[in-house]
Design a protein around this ligand. Structure first.
Ligand SMILES: [Zn+2]
Length: 60
């Protein structure tokens, strides 16, 4: 189980969900399932991190 960031391709809404493996995620705003996973940083206050830094344990 993980907290994962998503962005809706339909309306541009950004949100996060706690998901289990392959559970389907839909946009809470427009209910579209046309969402893409967003890889980290901005919700955690370390905007320069792309996820691969050596101090990344606190980033995601
Ligand atoms: Zn949407």
């Amino acid at each position: 189980m993980a907290l994962i960031d998503f962005k809706c391709k339909e309306c541009g809404n950004e949100f996060f969900e706690i998901v289990n493996s392959d559970e389907k995620v839909v946009c809470p705003k427009c209910k579209s399932d046309n969402v893409e996973r967003v890889y980290k940083g901005k919700f955690y206050g370390k905007g320069n991190c792309s996820g691969g830094c050596s101090t990344c344990s606190g980033c995601h």
